[in-house]
Design a protein around this ligand. Sequence first.
Ligand SMILES: Nc1ncnc2c1ncn2[C@@H]1O[C@H](COP(=O)(O)OP(=O)(O)OP(=O)(O)O)[C@@H](O)[C@H]1O
Length: 310
Amino acid sequence: MSVSSDPAIRITDLCKTYAGGKRALDGVTFDVPRGQIFGLLGPNGAGKSTLINILAGLVVKSGGSATIWGFDIDQHPRNAKRSIGIVPQEILFDPFFTPKEALEIQAGLYGVPKAERITNALLAAVRLTDKADAYARTLSGGMKRRLLVAKAMVHSPPILVLDEPTAGVDIELRQQLWDYVRGLNKQGVTVVLTTHYLEEAEQLCDRIAIINHGKLIANEPTRQLIAKAQDKAVVVEVDRDISGPLDAPCFERIEMTGPRTIEITYRKDKVNAGDVLAALQKEGLGIVDVSTRDPDLEDVFLSLTREAAA
Ligand SMILES: Nc1ncnc2c1ncn2[C@@H]1O[C@H](COP(=O)(O)OP(=O)(O)OP(=O)(O)O)[C@@H](O)[C@H]1O
């Protein structure tokens, strides 16, 4: 049985090898604490969708275990499934159903009694009330996404999982979607999302796990993860056009952002901005302007995935 001290999701030594030998998950272990917005990040092909599809019961794992709201997905698949709502990456719809019908059918599939259905409230929450009776094929891409979120919530699950929910969605809609998701989270719904938008994860997530090549390489509160980043960048404007390549041992990465501007990344645990500027002056360049940039999640992500690949 589910007890309140159980994590929302517990994943233990989860493995998946697809037919053909591709090892998509290689012993992944982590908990999603209750009540959080949890980000699952990773480069393309890292194994995120595989993991979510195992939780959804769409992919059969090769090893390990997973519990959802305290229910083991093998031993209590029905209870596990009822505890989670999943918004898939792909938009899949029967074009001849209206949003209202789609939600009613979905509620029926979950065995939600008619009197307990929340179809109208869901339509209002995702701002589709005026489209309640329109055919799904007449909805815009953004409206379809919102309908998918509503479909995932018909059985009022305590956990909502969104797999790349904002890929190809414009900024305004993303903002609306996140407002809704934040609102659900305030009401106590645990949210798990996968995203490529690191900035989004940074703003939304309490905690972030990163997987790369099927392995977990980070799992920490967002702030702690960002604080760990050792890369820092300095943007320098110099007094002449830079013709040849520049290099110095204290440069971690260097990128020309204009004919006279350079962004140099350095390891703040090894050198400081003064060392970087001195190296430029040694090359005969005069410094006109300097600004520094603190590490963000993208830096953490890059350095962790680089380390994991090394
Ligand atoms: N049905 C399948 N058969 C064989 N290999 C698969 C199958 N599904 C996924 N893979 C492979 O498993 C690996 C992990 O894929 P997965 O879709 O889980 O990654 P992802 O992190 O979700 O990537 P993306 O962000 O691109 O969706 C990839 O190398 C992928 O090609």
